[in-house]
Structure formats: structure tokens, C-alpha cells
Design a protein around this ligand. Structure first.
Ligand SMILES: O=C(O)CCC(=O)C(=O)O
Ligand SMILES: [Fe+2]
Length: 276
């Protein structure tokens, strides 16, 4: 066991049930801590549908030997049977009508308003709908993810961070033994220097006495502020039991910057393979 730290200090116990509405208590929680988690946003049927669509997209990408979508490199790994699998998908909803249709459900309008009245769902901006598939096997390039803030990617794209939210839907149960998402509550209110220098982006994997372990089950939804420090911890499990699939979609405001097949690979992604 490597977790002697008080990972369940306040806001421990912060589990909100998804009821289709966003109330004042939840709004206060989100503002104060920079993240929130809802139980039961998607049904298990929907989770199964999404897992199936991901398998079909992966088969298609293997057949066409796809390396990039709209300038964003796909990260590939090799599973325990020696088969290639996708560690990180980008713009995933562009490859499945059922997945794209899922985002037309009115639930996403509620999520959008949680982000702010002028925010929009960015299915064709940034990296679009990202799916992370963590598997702790030797051929996997994705078993954990170092400390970072998502908004810093803007800096790599040559811009100052703009407001953004990353909204995550869990496709597998994700508890401490899978590493799980760790956040440092309240750091979305830090200054620019702390954003740049607080930790070595993506390279630091240290336990932090301030970190809070966000455990979640398949179908749960999380929102986190793009300025919040977070990471995915190191799994204790290995093999198929360590499988952790999460899908993230950005909510953005400001100028719309849609990407397409002619979009260039951002500088940041050209060296990201060295920092895992
Ligand atoms: O898999 C997760 O829960 C977090 C992923 C993440 O932080 C990212 O892709 O930027
Ligand atoms: Fe992130």
C-alpha cells in the first residue's frame, strides 16, 4: 500500500445523485472545490452501448492503420493478448452516429448550463470527445497520468489559458485500486504562477497531502475546471482487472475553434509521448 496520506479529507463524502437538475448546494460545491461528481448520470445500457461503439471504432482504426484524427495523435498500446488497442481516442463522436446521438440528449443541456450560460459543448474543438483506456499491462502506454491542469494545454498551443471545463463520463468502475482520479480541491483559483510552476506538468506523480481521490463507478459523471490540478494515480491492480475507461468532453466559451482533417498537430502532442 502506497497511500498513507489523508486522501479522504474534506470534501470527502461529496457524492451527488444525478437528478437532472443543478441546485444551489451543488453550484457552491463546484465553485469552492473546482470539481463535482454525480452518481448515475448514464444507465448501464448506455455505458454498454458506448463500450460497443468504442470497440467498433477501434476495429475500424486498426483496419485503416489510423494514427491521427484532426491533427491529434491516437495513442496505441498492446494488450495482454498481444493485440493493438487504443489507449487514447480523440474526436471519438465523429466516428459513431450513436455516440453523437447520445450528446443530443437533454441531460447535456443541463451539464452545459452548469458550466455557464455562454459555454458550448466542444465536440469538434480541442481534442473533441477524448476516451482514455488505461490498462496495466506491459504493452500499454497508458497506466497512469501525471499531475497537470488541462488549461495549460492552451499554453502549448501558444495561448493563455481560456476558461474551459472537462466533463468526464465513467465507462468502468474506478476506485483507489485502479489509481483513480486525484484532484487538488480549490486549485482552480490559483494564480498563473502556481498554474505554471506548481508541479512539473505530466512528469510529477507524487502523492500530495492536499489531493482528494475521486472514486466513481461506470455511469457516473464528473466536471472539473480546466485550471484544477489533477492526475490519475498508479494502479495496484494489473491485467484486465485494472481496465479503466473514461470519456471526456470539453465545454468552452469564447471564440469557436473547430478542427478538421487539415488541422496541424499541436506542438504539445509532439513531445507528450516522452512525458508519461
Ligand atoms: O482519465 C481521467 O480520469 C483523467 C484524464 C485526464 O486528466 C486528461 O486526459 O486530461
Ligand atoms: Fe486532465
Amino acid at each position: 500500500m502506497r497511500y498513507p496520506l489523508p486522501l479522504t479529507h474534506p470534501p470527502a463524502g461529496a457524492f451527488f445523485e444525478w437528478t437532472g437538475t443543478f441546485d444551489d448546494e451543488q453550484a457552491r460545491f463546484l465553485d469552492e472545490h473546482g470539481f463535482i461528481r454525480f452518481r448515475g448520470f448514464a444507465s448501464m445500457d448506455e455505458v454498454e452501448m458506448i463500450r460497443g461503439e468504442l470497440g467498433a471504432i477501434q476495429d475500424e482504426w486498426i483496419r485503416e492503420n489510423r494514427e491521427v484524427v484532426n491533427g491529434i495523435p491516437i495513442k496505441w498500446g498492446v494488450d495482454e493478448d498481444g493485440s493493438r488497442f487504443v489507449n487514447r481516442y480523440a474526436f471519438t463522436s465523429h466516428f459513431s452516429q450513436r455516440l453523437a446521438g447520445f450528446f443530443e440528449d437533454p441531460r447535456w443541456e443541463t451539464v452545459r448550463t452548469m458550466c455557464g450560460p455562454d459555454f458550448r459543448l466542444g465536440l469538434d474543438e480541442k481534442d473533441g470527445l477524448v476516451v482514455n483506456h488505461y490498462l496495466n499491462v506491459p504493452g500499454s502506454n497508458y497506466t497512469k497520468l501525471g499531475w497537470h491542469i488541462d488549461a495549460l494545454r492552451d499554453v502549448f498551443y501558444g495561448k493563455l489559458p481560456e476558461p474551459m471545463w472537462n466533463v468526464g463520463l465513467y465507462l468502468d468502475d474506478s476506485h483507489r485500486d485502479k489509481g483513480a482520479l486525484r484532484v487538488i480541491p480549490g486549485t482552480h483559483k490559483q494564480n498563473l504562477a502556481a498554474m505554471f510552476l506548481g508541479k512539473a506538468h505530466f512528469m510529477a506523480h507524487d502523492d500530495d497531502p492536499r489531493e482528494y481521490l475521486v472514486e466513481a463507478d461506470a455511469g457516473d459523471l464528473t466536471l472539473h475546471d480546466g485550471r484544477l490540478w489533477h492526475r490519475v494515480g498508479s494502479p495496484q491492480l494489473s491485467g484486465p482487472a485494472s481496465r479503466r475507461r473514461t470519456m471526456y468532453v470539453p465545454f468552452l466559451n469564447g471564440e469557436r475553434q473547430a478542427k478538421d482533417e487539415s488541422s496541424k498537430t499541436p506542438f504539445y502532442h509532439r513531445f507528450s509521448k516522452y512525458v508519461r
